[in-house]
Design a protein. Structure first.
Length: 169
């Protein structure tokens, strides 16, 4: 019986999927995640008062770099020549009902024309942007945490379109 998981060879060991027979199509993926923080931390970010610099500008560049480097940190990802990466931030001073914390929602959209999708690149962009926010603000708020990281949309390729809402999105 063959293994339905595509990242395993006949011996049950990990392999990179062979995409040589796949069609080149336009592919897009969007992911999001949320960084939760104290209200004072978000205020400092919004007012540009974090000593390391413009938190969201640096996080945006870091997220783009993360998307471009995904195949270097996720072992079975194919290196891709991305067509575009866009990252946006949605700060919210409304306290989360569970934690009472404020938040920044991160959304990353990645596009490619290729033989494999960009879901992992979008997820990596969100994750790296969130980690960068933490790194730049940890001196004032070590209690920040991440949640609700996931794929919200993908299109292109044989498996078609996927869409879901995550958390309060």
């Amino acid at each position: 019986m063959t293994n339905p998981l595509t990242h395993f060879n006949e011996e049950g060991r990990a392999k990179m999927v062979d995409v040589s027979d796949k069609s080149v199509t336009e592919r897009i993926a969007t992911a999001q995640g949320t960084v939760f923080m104290q209200p004072e931390t978000l205020r400092l970010i919004e007012e540009g008062q974090i000593k390391k610099g413009d938190v969201l500008a640096v996080a945006q560049v870091a997220g783009i770099m993360g998307a471009k480097k995904t195949s270097e940190v996720i072992p079975m990802c194919h290196p891709l020549s991305l067509n575009g990466v866009d990252i946006s931030f949605e700060p919210s001073f409304d306290p989360d009902p569970k934690s009472g914390l404020c938040s920044i929602k991160i959304t990353a959209t990645v596009k490619v024309t290729g033989k494999t999708g960009v879901e992992m690149e979008a997820l990596t962009a969100v994750s790296i942007a969130g980690l960068t926010i933490y790194d730049m603000c940890k001196a004032v708020d070590k209690g920040m945490f991440f949640n609700e990281i996931g794929l919200t949309y993908k299109a292109g390729g044989k498996s078609g379109t996927f869409s879901q809402k995550i958390g309060g999105a």
